[in-house]
Design a binder for this molecule. Structure first.
Ligand SMILES: Nc1nc2c(ncn2[C@@H]2O[C@H](COP(=O)(O)OP(=O)(O)OP(=O)(O)O)[C@@H](O)[C@H]2O)c(=O)[nH]1
Length: 331
């Protein structure tokens, strides 16, 4: 049974607050992208080359990514031939189903690599302004809610105010922050934090890092140095290297992922500000074009607006109107 059919069966009893979070957080993308797709379907009536051309433009404008769009359009054309679809209304659920299948990468493990025994060290990287500090604070809150003891390391000693900003989050979520003064060597901060976390038998140490230095080479070298200290002090760590990307920066986020991915073997992506963009299609591009799973998405500025990525919740948040209409038709 297709992912889409399974999803339709599941949404009937999904009324959790998480579902509402995804629905509210994805409102801009739903209204724009899905709304424009519905308009296209009703304006064209017949499925022809012009329809596919406009659908292609619409998907690209939603930041789905050219490579992904080309593959998707080809698959849709095959499906139209296979099912002998003539009317655009018939193709609408097929489009949603294809997008859903893109999101649900078989075997994709989006859970955090938390250690059963001993400390888990999570390094958080990303350029400034993407929501890194905020995401670390939210992640600390999320882990505490799971009963984990958490500590944060103020590894961004470069940007003025970064240390204080992390301390504000530490107070907000009730988590200690290990820091030194601005301008200190981040490797020294990490060393202190690792010793303190080990001494207090902390479950998870979240390490903030600089989002900008004088240039990219220095930044990547500093991240490598920080990683070496972590690996030396906690064998097998860091257990996660989370790259924070800002969904509102669209394809720019893809190039950041490629840059960081080349030099810091990123294990997962935190995609922030999805509530602030109508171009939520970037999730499809990231999942389809990069080999890095999206592990969390930011759906707002509040402390519980960081949600573990869930393809079903995401699709439901995007296509709930189409799904519910389908649900009614089939009753
Ligand atoms: N709407 C919305 N705003 C967010 C989200 N995540 C972060 N922000 C906001 O984005 C702005 C930047 O967040 P920061 O955490 O300061 O960004 P940063 O990456 O830490 O920046 P540096 O500290 O300079 O590295 C803040 O105003 C956050 O409240 C989100 O998911 N949705």
């Amino acid at each position: 049974m297709s992912f889409f059919k399974k999803l339709k069966e599941k949404i009937t009893n999904q009324t959790t607050e998480v579902t509402d979070k995804f629905k509210q957080g994805l409102e801009k993308t739903r209204d724009s992208f899905v709304g424009r797709m519905n308009e296209l379907v009703y304006r064209y009536r017949k499925v022809d080359e012009d329809f596919f051309e406009e659908l292609e433009e619409l998907l690209i404008s939603a930041d789905v990514g050219v490579t992904t769009v080309m593959e998707l359009i080809d698959e849709l054309k095959d499906e139209v031939r296979l099912r002998n679809i003539k009317d655009t209304k018939e193709i609408q659920p097929v489009i949603s189903e294809k997008l859903a299948e893109l999101l649900e990468k078989e075997g994709d493990d989006v859970s955090l690599n938390l250690q059963e025994s001993g400390m888990t060290v999570i390094l958080v990287v990303g350029v400034n302004g993407v929501g890194k500090t905020t995401s670390i604070g939210k992640l600390a809150h999320h882990l505490k809610q799971q009963g984990k003891s958490v500590m944060m390391a103020a590894g961004d000693t470069f940007r003025a105010g970064a240390i204080e900003q992390l301390e504000v989050w530490g107070e907000r979520v009730g988590v200690d922050v290990i820091k030194q003064q601005a301008g200190s060597d981040p490797a020294a901060v990490m060393y202190d934090a690792l010793q303190a976390a080990k001494a207090r038998k902390i479950d998870v140490l979240l390490c903030d890092t600089a989002g900008r230095l004088q240039n990219k080479v220095n930044l990547m070298n500093e991240l490598e140095k920080v990683k070496r200290i972590i690996e030396r002090e906690v064998p097998g760590a860091p257990h996660e290297v989370l790259l924070v990307l800002d969904a509102t920066t669209g394809q720019n986020a893809m190039s950041q992922a490629k840059t960081f991915g080349q030099s810091t073997d990123v294990s997962g992506i935190v995609l922030t500000k999805l509530d602030g963009t109508a171009k939520g299609g970037i999730v499809l591009a990231i999942r389809h074009e990069l080999d890095i799973p999206v592990k969390f998405i930011g759906l707002g500025e509040k402390v519980d607006d960081l949600q573990p990525f869930d393809a079903e919740q995401f699709v439901y948040g995007l296509f709930k109107d189409v799904l519910e209409a389908e649900q009614e038709d089939s009753q």
